[in-house]
Write a protein that binds this ligand. Structure first.
Ligand code: HEC
Length: 186
């Protein structure tokens, strides 16, 4: 009887271990995912600040709308990693948090910053290596389009393109969304 219990205990800890191992992606993936997220973020920021300078916030909404997915598609097409942005309170419903990534996203919601830096979580979910990094809300320039006091003309332009917009009312430090990088595990 006792032996059976010991064996059962061993079997249990073995499965727990396997699950734990499966949940951790390779360090090489995490490294290249972080670089890709950096590159996407830098490129978006450059595009956004140019647009704000050249065409102002109303015009910049159109730039965000076309440039953000185009840059993501371009960068994702280069290798076996795919990059995108996701958010629970999203502007573009196509950027919703996928159901299977809920648990990881919730960790970022609980703690957007870790040791003063955007919180990073990783995992292997349904055969995909996953890297997720918090995008904390900032006052400048984010508040112009995602903050609590949005100018009437900007608000009207947002609603015209995004009738179901849920991405306003954020304060600095809130979790605005996340950078997501994934790779299919072979
Ligand atoms: C000129 C207005 C404008 C500014 C300024 C702006 N955004 Fe956005 N943001 C948008 C638009 C428009 C979209 C929807 C893009 C799309 O269709 O994919 C968006 C989408 C997003 C998304 C993707 C999730 C979603 O809601 O669809 C995140 C995350 C995001 N913005 C974060 C930020 C952060 C962080 C800043 C500040 C660095 C910022 N934005 C500044 C207009 C803006």
């Amino acid at each position: 009887m006792q032996r059976i219990m010991i064996l059962a205990g061993l079997a249990l800890s073995a499965t727990a271990c396997a699950r734990e191992e499966a949940a951790v992606p390779e360090p090489a993936f995490v490294q290249s995912a972080a670089l890709l997220a950096d590159a996407y973020q830098a490129s978006l920021q450059a595009e956004l600040s140019d647009a704000l300078k050249q065409v102002g916030p109303v015009g910049a909404i159109g730039v965000c709308q076309s440039a953000a997915p185009a840059i993501a598609a371009d960068m994702s097409g280069k290798g076996d990693l795919a990059v995108s942005r996701i958010a629970r309170r999203n502007r573009n419903p196509g950027n919703a948090v996928p159901a299977e990534l809920e648990a990881l996203y919730q960790q970022l919601e609980r703690e957007p910053l870790r040791e003063g830096k955007p919180h990073v979580v990783t995992g292997v979910v349904q055969n995909r290596a996953v890297f997720m990094r918090a995008l904390p809300m900032k006052d400048q320039p984010c508040a112009v389009c995602h903050g609590t006091k949005i100018a009437a003309d900007v608000k009207a332009a947002i609603v015209a393109s995004y009738p179901d917009d849920r991405a306003t009312g954020f304060a600095a430090g809130d979790l605005r969304g996340a950078m997501l990088v994934t790779r299919t595990v072979r």
